[in-house]
Design a protein around this ligand. Sequence first.
Ligand SMILES: Nc1ncnc2c1ncn2[C@@H]1O[C@H](COP(=O)(O)OP(=O)(O)OP(=O)(O)O)[C@@H](O)[C@H]1O
Ligand SMILES: [Mg+2]
Length: 372
Amino acid sequence: MDREEFQRTYGIVGKSPEMQEIIDVIQQVAPTDITVLISGESGTGKEVIAKAIHGASKRSQQALVSVNCGAIPEGLIESELFGHEKGAFTSAADLRRGYFEIADGGTILLDEIGEMPLSTQVKLLRVLESGEYMRVGSSSARRTDVRVIAATNKMLEYEVQQKHFRPDLYFRLRSVNIHLPPLRNRKEDIPALVELFVKETSDKNKLHFGGFTDDATELLMSYSWPGNIRELRNDIESMLVLESGKRLDSDDVRKYLREQPSVVSERNLPVVSNKTVEQAERELIYRALLDLKSNIIEMKELLTGRVSQSDDLHDHHAQPQNGNGVLTMDEMERRMISGSLARNNGNRRLAARELNISERTLYRKIKDFGLQ
Ligand SMILES: Nc1ncnc2c1ncn2[C@@H]1O[C@H](COP(=O)(O)OP(=O)(O)OP(=O)(O)O)[C@@H](O)[C@H]1O
Ligand SMILES: [Mg+2]
């Protein structure tokens, strides 16, 4: 199958050199059983790529089981993955088959792998190395034949440095690393994606699309798309439905963009492709710095707003500032979380997404900070 046919088969739009290179890698690794790590910001298409790898593999007739490691409570993750024996713990009334057992013969996608607890990581490494695992509450090893694809929007190397992620598992996973560059670094892919989403939305909803003016197209091309392809898809869908039939100009389009032109110009950043892991990681660091900068700006606004509203900053919280009047990290974090929850009307899923942390981490912090 040539590249174009492959992309058509799996619905992967992208003519940029970065995407073309990724397609080549996928076509090479798909037929093997090799473990693949897919990294990239939220909404860059990690799941789409995982599905293509499974679809083009010899396991395509078997199941692709997706597990979101960030959404399962820590105490349950092992029994979800490996199953448990009847009576293994208080609530284990029946025997339960785990995902590694269910996926036998097929593929398992471990999404948000950076959220996997360290104790579970050891067991995952064992399955990767020997195909063996144990149900919770059992002492006999079972075998499974599963191909593992892992996905992450975290910088795993940083997680390793922070001792949240085992280095041996990290090296094992990253032997084949497909890094999906953010959409702002492959802008030439935008027109074809817009065309696809326009077609999908108008077909699905039987809508007439009135077209974009030149300045609207220019805006779609120059916007930074922090939520990547998912954001583009959602925005196009909303625009078409809510502005049905109209020819859309840049003012119409701007209303739907999540972020108004950013404070920090991203144009000066180096364009990074998926060529090397180092480049990819550098790019993630830049992104983190940008996020930090906009967080600081947000914090400043929040603080000036608060100080003018009330002068009781010192009274409410335990030690919000150190001796020099500087906010503590905990206090900053607490305020960011409560700000994000307020902005998202208390919706934790959306707040977690905005803060780029897992829902589980957000729940824990809400509890730690007594925010509920
Ligand atoms: N190359 C592509 N061509 C066409 N559509 C794409 C492409 N990449 C992603 N999409 C679409 O964009 C949306 C987001 O993709 P996907 O769910 O794979 O992202 P993700 O990286 O897994 O995001 P998250 O980290 O938030 O889970 C989906 O609707 C998907 O169909
Ligand atoms: Mg995903």
